[in-house]
Write a protein that binds this ligand. Sequence first.
Ligand code: NAD
Length: 497
Amino acid sequence: MTTSLDNPQFSILSSVREFVSSPHQLFIDNEFVDAADGATFETFDPATEGLITSIASAGTVDVDRAVNSAYAALPVWSQLPPAVRFALMTRLADLIDENVESFAQIDSLDVGKPIATVRMADVPLAADALRYYAGWASKIEGSTHTPNIPGTTVYTRREPIGVVGAIVPWNFPVAGAMWKVAPALAAGCTVVLKPAEQSSLSALLLARLIAEAGIPPGVVNVVTGLGEVAGVALVEHEKVARISFTGSTAVGIDISRRAASTLKTVSLELGGKCPNIIFADADIATAATVAASAIFFNTGQTCSAGSRLMVERSVYDEVLEIITAAADQLVVGPGLDETSTMGPLVSDEQYRRVTGYVKLGQEVGAKAIRGGTQTKGDGYFVAPTILVDADDQMPIVQEEIFGPVLTVQTFDSADEVIARANDVSYGLAAGVWTSNLNTAHKVASSLKVGTVWTNTYNYLDASVPWGGMKASGHGRDMGREGLESHLQTKAIWTAFS
Ligand code: NAD
């Protein structure tokens, strides 16, 4: 089977062709090396199902090497003047920007993302995170104290926590990696990054740029490999002080359990089932149009996807009309095709999961007004799907589907919609659309979620903490909180006479 690289319609950079056809090795101590046992895994083009290439698959020995490299680099990196750390991090941000087209082509090929999405979202978000956190490197401060014991003084130092194991998923490969790496570097920590199996190529391009930026050996290592092998080895390694994880709730629970045996700190950015609530007094045209992109963006493979639309009864028909029209306008196709506005799902596993939920939803009584039946050709393409007549306890309303599948339900009052929106295990994000300030504040303060967007959706910024409540995890990426969790406090007492 061919890949999108063989499609003459797509103009691929020669540097990208060279990169894809070169060996894909682990990045340890700023050098590219094979796995000790020579193991590899394969990565496929989700638009054609064709084999792209093979990638080194790290085993326990390789992860141990990478962690030791990061451990040895800790004094080097943490003792560099903050201005130097700032310069190296911003240099990496510049290199990421300069390579935007390479990242766009590689992640479109490997993950199926529409190329414009990588250019406009993934790459700028990654560079922004580095620049934001580079500024924090010079602003890490302790405190002074006057204890009740005469003749003493105390000051505190904020010190890096140590080696950070960053384990990330495939849906925003470059940005997701930098949301973990950037705060760790600002705090003076060193990192072993484990990208997802489905999106390792762009992580290895990132590795090249890390070396090119002049970041010292061992400060950032990249171990490509399987979650149950390389991921587990990282979580269980005694020299890793912290695991910063983004991924599924099931794996997050497993990581929590394993990390406990070495008393690591853990932050977990997990799944979501996000309610998007439209009141009748909202700007309906905007709310409904944004609600469509809130679910169909990135083929619904977004933790914050507004997958559960709840509409006040009197505007239900109007909202549905706009959303179905928006779904009909989507152009489903390969990520590398500039005209595609929705790419394929990332993998066969994802395809089965999403189509399985759509089938199940209809079996238990929901009605598909868009999508719903699926004829499988080459590639993991699914139609934008809109399901109505779903009740709250159906799996399609309770569980994360992680695909372009929207349920649309009605509600009659603010109290009712708050109770129903909170009645899921997840608590990542939510949208509220209303022109009434009272309603906006009441709903925003009552939802058990980490982020509420009022009259907008899916806005993110490196300065704003991001994370979930309940089964969506704990800890925060980004913002000051994202930095603080990479620091530990030392109190230093001095007696004087
Ligand atoms: P996943 O949990 O299967 O994998 C995520 C990462 O963990 C991958 O790198 C994988 O190799 C690794 N991994 C798998 N098993 C492991 C184990 N036992 N120990 C250590 N590492 C292991 O998730 P996925 O399917 O790649 O990503 C989709 C999930 O990620 C969705 O649930 C989505 O909501 C979530 N997500 C959450 C956020 C957020 O900010 N909350 C952002 C993006 C994605």
